[in-house]
Design a protein around this ligand. Structure first.
Ligand SMILES: Cc1cc2nc3c(=O)[nH]c(=O)nc-3n(C[C@H](O)[C@H](O)[C@H](O)COP(=O)(O)OP(=O)(O)OC[C@H]3O[C@@H](n4cnc5c(N)ncnc54)[C@H](O)[C@@H]3O)c2cc1C
Length: 322
């Protein structure tokens, strides 16, 4: 018997879409553990996001303090660990985003908890199914510690819906934090008006076949028409055509949008591992035998130089006629 503390990331005054997958898992874990879901919001703006968060769980705990203004695993992990104890949590969860993957192992260490990373399913109350070998097989891990820490693979869980009534919101102090000598210095972030790759409903990705960063501009035009985020294969990011944080795949971001465009991407297993959970996949590739067509719902066998401008022009016509 124990509660489930769900550490949720937010943006502005709302939870990130990726946090809703965490909450879907948290609800099934709470049922299995006979407790309730408690959402934990930490950092600058947490209070502003609490009303939205309260739509998804019976209880929301907010920690907003100058010491936590900038994310650092060293400062956040002790806060999560302390609040897990104070809230009688037997499961502590986060989405397997860059932040979740960074902070949760430290929380597990502080709580002497076993850790299941990047899980796809809960089996019983302490067994977790997780992908291995670039998503080609699944393994089941059983964790015997009284407290369990988990990161949740976003693409494997349908986003949690709102509950009928709003939960309670309370504040907790950050308390003393031993950051082990770490301190925030500065953040070099890519500025973009496009949605975050992990949260986007539509993603337009390009691969090595785009040939240059300049050529990605046509994909960016397509993305902006659709309100999409930009992604890329590792071959394209490694070649310096586009920023490294656009990389989708086993060693990049795992995405699960409603619509994923794979343009001039062959569909290597390491790329598929990051996007095959997408609801609808459109592949544009000049070679009909590429593995990307095995996972695509719609396949266009064509040179992108011809197909993408035609697609853009059709979307523009459609938009103009509305
Ligand atoms: C440990 C490890 C981890 C990895 N992690 C990742 C990862 O996270 N993400 C990832 O993406 N990869 C990853 N890779 C690399 C992966 O194995 C592939 O090398 C990579 O995904 C290939 O990228 P690509 O499809 O863009 O390039 P290619 O395989 O070279 O494919 C280019 C495609 O472009 C098509 N094309 C060319 N010209 C045109 C045109 N004019 N019009 C239309 N189509 C055209 C070609 O037919 C071809 O299908 C990893 C590899 C390893 C070993």
């Amino acid at each position: 018997m124990g509660n489930v503390l769900a550490f949720c990331e937010f943006q502005g005054d709302a939870l990130r879409t990726s946090a809703l997958a965490n909450l879907a898992f948290a609800r099934s874990a709470a049922q299995a553990h006979g407790g309730e879901v408690i959402i934990l919001l930490v950092g600058q703006g947490a209070q502003a996001a609490s009303a939205n968060a309260a739509k998804y769980a019976p209880k929301v705990v907010v920690v907003e303090d100058a010491k936590l203004e900038h994310y650092l695993a060293e400062t956040y992990a002790p806060v999560l660990a302390r609040l897990a104890k104070e809230n009688n949590a037997s499961v502590v969860t986060a989405t397997a985003t860059a932040v979740g993957k960074d902070v949760m192992p430290r929380v597990a260490a502080l709580l002497d908890a076993g850790m299941a990373s990047d899980i796809a399913k809960l089996d019983g109350n302490n067994k977790f199914v997780r992908p291995i070998l670039a998503g080609n097989a699944y393994s089941t891990v059983e964790i015997a510690t009284p407290v369990i820490c988990v990161t949740v693979r976003q693409s494997e869980f349908e986003p949690a819906g709102e509950l009928g009534s709003a939960g309670s919101v309370s504040s907790a102090a950050a308390g003393d934090i031993d950051a082990l000598g770490a301190a925030f210095d500065h953040l070099d972030a890519q500025k973009s008006d496009r949605p975050d790759l992990g949260d986007a409903k539509v993603v337009v990705s390009g691969g090595r076949g785009m040939k240059s960063g300049e050529n990605f501009k046509v994909l960016e035009e397509l993305a902006d028409l659709l309100g999409a985020a930009m992604g890329a294969s590792r071959a394209a990011t490694d070649a310096g055509m586009v920023p490294a944080d656009w990389q989708v795949g086993q060693t990049g971001k795992i995405v699960a949008p409603n619509l994923y465009f794979a343009v001039a991407i062959s569909g290597a297993i390491q790329h598929l591992a990051g996007m095959k959970g997408s609801k609808t996949i459109v592949a544009i590739n000049k070679n009909k035998d590429e593995p990307i067509f095995q996972v695509a719902d719609y396949g266009v066998v064509a040179e992108w130089e011809k197909a993408v401008p035609e697609l853009i022009s059709e979307i523009k016509k459609l938009k103009a006629s509305r």
